[in-house]
Design a protein around this ligand. Structure first.
Ligand code: SF4
Length: 385
């Protein structure tokens, strides 16, 4: 199948994040099967998959739902994904999900987990405490213990044991999809005219709904035909995008940035589903391998507390390796982890003489003219300097 047909399939899957139609279909094909929502950034989908369930990426309601009930449970100055995820639950749109996984990425996510637990007593809710000090040798040990705790909770819920063999197989599936996504990211970095960021995002996001087996097929098809495309490169600014690791920007905004004259060479969209920069080991103790992978084979992130190397160094390395011209920081409004990192990134970029543009977004954005004009002005100031 040509990449265009695959993209059409993926677009249909991801267009309305509040419908979970793909999960409905999975359940129809797996009678009695359970689906567990994974709140960003990194939820260990492998644990859920090894229990025979479907891990589902939950990224709020996008700009498809009105917030009518969730406002009463949260303060006003809070990012959109928190409110729209709760709204999905309060309006019954998440009934298809049997459980949810959250982690300690920020205060709002922690509170959301508690609110879910209180408001949806029939749901399986787990809150994962990811390590706050990866510099300590105890960090990996601690994380493995956390994973084991969640595994035991899943076993208690289903009454079925989760074997090491099942967990190794699940790690293998996610290794495969992550490697394919990495390969597509590489295509875009080398020849961004062949695969737009909106297309790459659509291909990646479909995977958080259909499970790794079906996702691998879609990605393999896309990878096999993407080089058949014949598209002339345009004179555009080559940028790295940073800041959207949790809440996802509206597709129209990503499209607007590209149309304003940018080739996006790298981004941090859907970061938790691409968490490992290399395969997780599949030999030996799979829980320990996942924990080691989290500490030593994973991407940098505002929500990963790793003081061994400054995050800004990783951003600069990325810019240099990809020979990017500039950086766009695209952060969700009221996202503390993203906003705490911004001054560090800004300082490092300024010291390195790399220009950047800071933009904020919300899920409910419908009109992208202002952001587009800002990007156009930024691009023109650099291309025609
Ligand atoms: S967008 Fe930022 S503040 Fe909101 S849940 Fe995600 S990490 Fe937390």
């Amino acid at each position: 199948m040509a990449i265009e047909a695959i993209l059409e399939q993926c677009r249909a899957l991801v267009e309305d994040p509040s419908s979970f139609e793909a999960v409905d279909r999975w359940k129809a094909a797996h009678p009695g099967g359970r689906a567990v929502g994974c709140f960003p950034v990194y939820s260990p989908a492998e644990l859920v998959h090894a229990a025979g369930m479907l891990p589902v990426g939950v990224f709020g309601g996008g700009n498809e739902i009105e917030i009518a009930h969730a406002d009463s449970r949260f303060q006003s100055f809070i990012c959109s994904i928190i409110k729209s995820t709760l709204e999905l639950g309060l309006t019954g749109r998440m009934k298809i999900l049997d459980g949810m996984l959250f982690q300690n990425i920020c205060d709002p996510a922690r509170n959301l987990a508690s609110i879910f637990k209180r408001n949806f007593p029939d749901m399986f809710i787990e809150y994962l405490h990811l390590p706050q000090n990866l510099g300590s040798p105890r960090g990996i040990e601690y994380l493995a213990a956390e994973y084991r705790r969640v595994l035991r909770a899943l076993e208690g819920w289903t009454g079925q044991p989760i074997t090491d063999a099942a967990l190794r197989a699940s790690i293998g599936w996610y290794n495969r999809t992550r490697a394919l996504v990495r390969a597509l990211y590489q295509v875009r970095a080398e020849a961004p005219q062949l695969l737009s960021t909106v297309e790459l995002y659509t291909l990646s996001r479909a995977g958080v709904l259909v499970g790794p087996e079906a996702h691998a097929q879609l990605l393999e098809g896309a990878l096999a035909t993407v080089w058949d495309r014949v598209v002339k490169p345009k004179d555009r600014l080559r940028v790295v995008l940073e800041g959207s690791f949790c809440e996802q920007p509206p597709l129209g905004l990503i499209e607007g940035i590209e149309e304003a004259g940018c080739y996006i060479l790298d981004d941090d969209f859907l970061l938790g589903w691409r968490w490992f920069s290399q395969d997780v080991e599949v030999d030996g103790d799979p829980v320990a391998a996942l924990a080691r992978g989290y500490a030593d084979r994973s991407v940098y992130s505002a929500v990963k507390h790793d003081l061994r190397e400054p995050k800004a160094k990783h951003l600069l390395d990325k810019v240099r390796t990809l020979k990017a011209d500039a950086v766009i920081i695209l952060a969700p409004k009221f996202c503390e982890p993203a906003l705490f990192d911004y001054p560090l990134y800004r300082k490092a970029l300024e010291e390195a003489g790399i220009l950047h543009l800071f933009l904020e977004f919300e899920e409910k954005m419908w009109i992208f003219d202002r952001a587009r004009t800002e990007v156009e002005t930024f691009v023109e100031s650099m291309l025609f300097d």
